[in-house]
Design a protein around this ligand. Sequence first.
Ligand SMILES: Cc1ncc(COP(=O)(O)O)c(C=O)c1O
Length: 474
Amino acid sequence: MDIDEFRSHAHQMVDWMADYMDRVETLPVRAQTAPGDVDATLPRTAPQTGEPIRQIMADFDRDIMPGITHWQHPNFFAYFPANSSPPSVLAEMLTATIGAQCMLWQTSPAATEMETRVLDWVRQMIGLEDGFHGVIQDSASGAILCALLTARERVTGGDANENGLAGGPPMAVYCSDQTHTATEKGAKIAGYGRQFVRKIETDAQFAMRPEALRAAIVADLAAGIRPACVVASLGATGVGAVDPLVPIGKICAEHGIFFHVDAAWAGSALILPEHRWMLEGQGHVDSLVFNPHKWLLTNFDCAAHYVRDPDALIRTFAIDAAFLQSREGRQVIDYRDWGVPLGRRFRALKLWFVIRSYGVERLQEILRAHITMAEDLEQTISAAPDFEMMAPRVLSLINFRFRPAGADADACDEINERLLHALNDSGEAYFTPNRVRGRYAIRISIGQTRTAERHVTAAWTLIEDTARSLVSAQ
Ligand SMILES: Cc1ncc(COP(=O)(O)O)c(C=O)c1O
């Protein structure tokens, strides 16, 4: 493809993109395809000769688009959002065009210097104290793995990196029974072993019980196990549990334990001063991650990872190779040493576009509106005679269930599962199943960029109508 052809296709593509943003609301939210439907349209071998873009685009529209679940649909209430925005998409176009690989300062000084600066803007925006240094990771899971590896090196005095884990006493990781599975996954990868992940019990608000954490640490010490890392959640995935950082941090400080905070979703809400109470106790925090790619209008992937001691991170990850050396040395930041992958995309650009284009105040308004919609929905659910909240609402996250008169707990589980499938199969809206204290719940997460009150109202009407039709069909 020559440059003139590229220009012409790109103009058409931008029209496609703008049209998509306009019409996404008319598409089924969750793909309505069955397993194998898309694969059946794909040739078994790669083409030997090039095909025209026009043909590729036609196949994309006909064969691929039906198999897309539309995360940017305003009726997307599943998982946590991965919301995007036009300025973020524009920046991604530039990133893709430039195609820079930003592993060293030298391999794109602007990318490194912008990453440092923009993450410092974000640090200030979320009320994280001066002294934290930011890096963009691909995912919260990646940042949690970095924390677990840094903690491992701290507790072994760097020995694990040098000599491996064989022969040393076991090390333990502490999180709550609400913590995202990324911590368990990271603990497996980092060599702790799943059996040394202590899932600390939670209280009635689903928050980690500090006294239970202390007891687990004391028991491990008595058994010769080294407490290495505590992972607290701000907004855990299921019901949005918020762990108390103040007492947990004190326990970590007493025992010299690395303290990581997983705020993957709720971290975005820290741009709202009224929700900063969640960060109280940050004084003992060693690292924190949150995903602007979840709820800050920035395309996936963009995980903002803050560390208090970048040298500890660098000691954990630094490698030396002649071809990676540069004249600037420690005068500059080489983000390759701040995480697992060597190669890095220019991710800061989209965050820069988003923050500059919206400004902090508009971002605050959008998130506040999502939270208000959830507050209103919570009231509606609480007032409905045959529905109930399954956990207190946290920010814009709701767990509820349908409870038709006379249904016992097992019958409720069964009808709510059918309700969820009926809702998602309708293509009108998309929700996630959950279990709250063992019981089936339907989980609604409000946070798509263009979700407005009318979408939430329509979703609730759909839920009520579908639930009642299931009962009358029985
Ligand atoms: C609280 C929490 N932590 C971690 C993760 C993992 O995020 P990522 O997909 O960025 O690895 C999620 C994902 O939703 C999450 O909700």
